[in-house]
Design a protein around this ligand. Sequence first.
Ligand code: 13P
Length: 257
Amino acid sequence: MRRFLVAGNWKMNTNRASGQELAAALAVDSPAAEDGVEVLVCPPYPYLTTISDKVAGSGVQVGAQDVYFEASGAFTGEVAVDMLRDVGCDYVIIGHSERRHVMGETDETINRKVKAAIAGGLKVILCVGELLSDREGGHTESVLDAQMTGGLADISEQDGKDLVIAYEPVWAIGTGVTASPEQAESAHEHLRNWIANRYNSTFSDNVRILYGGSVKPDNAETLMGQTNVDGALVGGASLKPDLFVPIIDAARKLATA
Ligand code: 13P
């Protein structure tokens, strides 16, 4: 049985005070030993420590939005896996579409980050997703396959035991256009089959695949209610408790149904 994961990717938003306020509200909503739903927030780097402190003792976990693959040294501006662990991170998002398309990250870089994060004990949320032009050209599945093959190169079943995949169609991110439940389910099923072929069905049965792209309270339950959708990676709506909590509640409802 896969446990729902509802993750908030704050991107380059909030400040110290508003982040603390948001985290405090979520901590109240998600006490420790919370039911069938795992809740995660991914604040900007400078606020990781303060947000970790704020949610300590609650059911809310903390993750980073990126990481560098080297352990230490002369890499100005970069942040290492051990540093993230040191400030209380359990998870790290790797290969988000904004890193791929705004910062120009390649599958090779992403793979190096995935390896470093796993080796250092962080749980990885590997993001994949096609551009609108890929979808319109009928290339969605081949794009996803290439991102999975590249991102997970040399990752064994043992390495991947805590792996989470996030399917985020680029055309649905921050646009208000959500993938239909059928489009999401079709991509998620494809990804799960890819994992079964590359690894095995026990492994693919256990890997959680989150949907991301304009998830809101009014579409969360239908999206997460799809057979192969195991939670959500939420951007804009994760910045307001009155939008994010109903999304967590939708997962709770599905988990107990
Ligand atoms: P939005 O929910 O704002 O569309 O962002 C999705 C996303 O990119 C989460 O990582």
